[in-house]
Design a protein around this ligand. Structure first.
Ligand code: ADP
Length: 317
């Protein structure tokens, strides 16, 4: 039977326009293509886990509007259970207004809408789904008290809690939340914002990871883009190198990593082996355009993992 992965998090519709350049304040620019694409870090991670063969459930909130329905249909199409994605009678479905210019730079305005009306009570309503999972995946695009409640419910049922602190919070994360997180997975930017330290090289990454462990999380995994990921625990730290690929668009590489790692962990794989899965899923997502369209199927991941290109783990202190 497939490993169960539950995601408590955000669902957004990404409204993407292409423009020759990013407009200045007050300026109107004629752009070109327009796309509506299902997104939100929570939904991306749930779809990624389902494509890897996990039995994936999404817990979240959308509006009763023209974007809410296609987001639910998208979960159906990807085999993600959405019994506990509730519909807010008033708030709009979350949207991300994204402008991408010809140089590949982007600006994003996130109108969270229903995601911010996702309350701890909605998490309680989904407690049975959380309790039945092997791992819980959390991000920070919903209210912090809702994230904390989900971690609390999971912890009470012995479900492993993985927090991807994205987007990086403006304030330090509360101890009440961190004490319930088993594994924290920030990228370089989030690590710097959370610790005030830079993460330019391996020694700096080790210091930053240690600082994050000091705030109360036992296992920290820093994702380091093309360098791979650093696993930091009390006993040791291991750098698990990335797969060598030519990146095309790294959008959602972080979501892909977290889902790949979480699914492998839910299947009983060791931490280093689960990180290899995360690296493989992240690398494949980086070779293709878009967020959800770039998320790979299990077979592609297994093929990449079978290639003998990253057999060595670089062990540290
Ligand atoms: P985010 O997308 O949140 O900024 P990262 O850039 O750290 O996160 O990417 C997450 C993971 O995806 C990395 O740890 C790595 O495994 C994989 N990845 C991302 N970019 C590349 C790349 N250029 N080459 C190989 N793997 C990559």
């Amino acid at each position: 039977m497939s490993a169960k992965v539950v995601v408590v998090g955000s669902l957004n519709m990404d409204l993407v326009t292409r423009s020759p350049r990013i407009p200045l304040p007050g300026e109107t620019i004629i752009g070109s293509n327009f796309y509506t694409l299902p997104g939100g870090k929570g939904a991306n991670q749930a779809v990624a886990a389902a494509r890897l063969g996990a039995c994936a459930s999404m817990v979240g909130r959308v509006g009763q509007d023209a974007f809410g329905r296609p987001l639910l249909a998208n979960l159906d199409n990807n085999g993600v259970d959405h019994t506990y994605v509730s519909q807010d009678p008033e708030a709009a479905t979350g949207v991300a207004l994204i402008t991408v210019d010809d140089a590949g730079e982007n600006t994003i305005v996130l109108a969270s809408g229903a995601n911010m009306h996702f309350s701890p009570a909605h998490v309680d309503a989904a407690a049975s789904a959380i309790a039945a999972a092997e791992v819980l995946l959390l991000q920070l695009e919903i209210p912090l008290e809702t994230v904390t409640r989900a971690a609390e419910v999971a912890q009470a049922h012995g479900v492993r809690v993985i927090l991807n602190p994205a987007p990086a919070p403006a304030e330090p994360l509360p101890a009440e939340l961190l004490s319930r997180v088993n594994i924290l997975i920030p990228n370089e930017t989030e690590t710097s914002l959370l610790t005030g330290l830079s993460v330019e090289d391996r020694p700096q990454a080790e210091v930053a990871a240690a600082a994050l462990r000091e705030v109360g999380v036992e296992t920290v995994i820093l994702t380091l883009g093309a360098r791979g990921a650093l696993l930091a625990q009390a006993s040791e730290s291991i750098l698990i190198p990335a797969f060598k690929i030519t990146p095309v668009d790294t959008t959602a590489a972080g979501d892909a990593f977290v889902a790949g790692f979480g699914t492998a962990l839910a299947e009983g794989k060791s931490l280093p082996e689960a990180i290899r899965w995360g690296n493989a899923v992240g690398a494949l997502a980086a070779t293709r355009l878009g967020a959800q369209p770039s998320l790979p199927a299990r077979l592609e991941v297994e093929q990449l993992l079978a290639e003998p290109n990253d057999l060595s783990f670089e062990r540290g202190v």
